[in-house]
Design a protein around this ligand. Structure first.
Ligand code: GDP
Length: 205
C-alpha cells in the first residue's frame, strides 16, 4: 500500500471523544519505549506524525490518524509505564480496555514487542486478555536492527515457544525496524488486505 496522506485527526481522553467509527481502524499498543512512535512514523513515512515520547506514559491519550482518507491508525498509550500514580494507571487501563472491547470498527490491534527482550508477563497477560475478549491482534517484533539475524531468529523462536505454552497457534507476526524500514511493506500489505476484505462492510456505512 502506498501512503499518500496521513493526517492527525484528534487526541481523545475518553471513549465519548473518539472520532466516528465509519472506517476500518488499526490500533498500535505496547510497553512504553517499545518503539511505537518510531514504527508509526516509519509506516506512514512521516517523521513526526507520532511524537516519540521523552516522558514515558505522560500522554495518556488515544491519538487517531486518518490514512489515505480511508482508514484510521490509532496510537494507544504505552502500558507498563512508571511515571504516573497507580490509581491513574488503572483508570487509564480501564479506558484502553473499554476502547478495545467496544470500538466496533477496530479491525486489528498490533501489539509491539521489543525483539531483544524475552517474553514479559505484562505482555503475555495482555494477550490472554485480548484472546479472552476475542479481539484480533498481531505481534510486531520491533528494533530488529539491534540484533544479528541469528540472534533475531533465536529470539523469535524462543518467544514462540513461550507463547505456545498458552496458545494453540501463533497469531500473525511481523518483524520491524524503524531504522531500516524492515516490516513496513508486510504490515501495510496486511492492512490493505484486511481493508479490501472489509470494503463492502464499510462502504455500506
Ligand atoms: P515509544 O515510547 O514506544 O513510542 O517508543 P519510541 O518510538 O519513542 O522509541 C523509543 C526509543 O527506541 C527511541 O530512542 C527510539 O529512537 C528507539 N527506537 C525505536 N524504534 C527503533 C528501531 O527500530 N531501531 C532502533 N535501533 N531504535 C529504535
Amino acid at each position: 500500500m502506498k501512503i499518500t496522506k496521513a493526517d492527525f485527526v484528534k487526541s481523545s481522553k475518553e471513549i465519548k471523544d473518539l472520532p466516528s467509527g465509519d472506517k476500518p481502524e488499526y490500533a498500535f499498543i505496547g510497553r512504553s519505549n517499545v518503539g511505537k512512535s518510531s514504527l508509526i512514523n516509519m509506516l506512514t513515512g512521516r517523521k513526526n506524525l507520532a511524537k516519540t515520547s521523552s516522558t514515558p506514559g505522560k500522554t495518556q491519550l488515544i491519538n487517531h490518524f486518518l490514512i489515505n482518507d480511508n482508514w484510521y491508525l490509532t496510537d494507544l498509550p504505552g502500558y507498563g509505564y512508571a511515571k504516573t500514580s497507580k490509581a491513574n494507571r488503572s483508570e487509564f487501563q480501564k479506558m484502553i480496555r473499554s476502547y478495545l472491547k467496544e470500538r466496533s470498527n477496530l479491525v486489528n490491534t498490533f501489539l509491539l514487542i521489543d525483539a531483544r527482550h524475552k517474553a514479559q508477563k505484562i505482555d503475555l497477560e495482555f494477550m490472554q486478555w485480548l484472546g479472552r475478549n476475542h479481539i484480533p491482534f498481531a505481534i510486531v517484533f520491533t528494533k530488529a536492527d539491534k540484533l544479528s539475524s541469528n540472534q533475531l531468529a533465536k529470539q523469535i523462536k524462543t518467544y514462540q515457544t513461550e507463547m505456545l505454552r498458552q496458545w494453540a497457534s501463533m497469531p500473525p507476526y511481523f518483524v520491524s525496524s524503524s531504522v531500516s524500514g524492515l516490516g513496513r511493506k508486510a504490515i501495510l500489505d496486511y492492512i490493505e488486505h484486511l481493508n479490501t476484505q472489509l470494503s463492502n462492510h464499510f462502504s455500506k456505512k
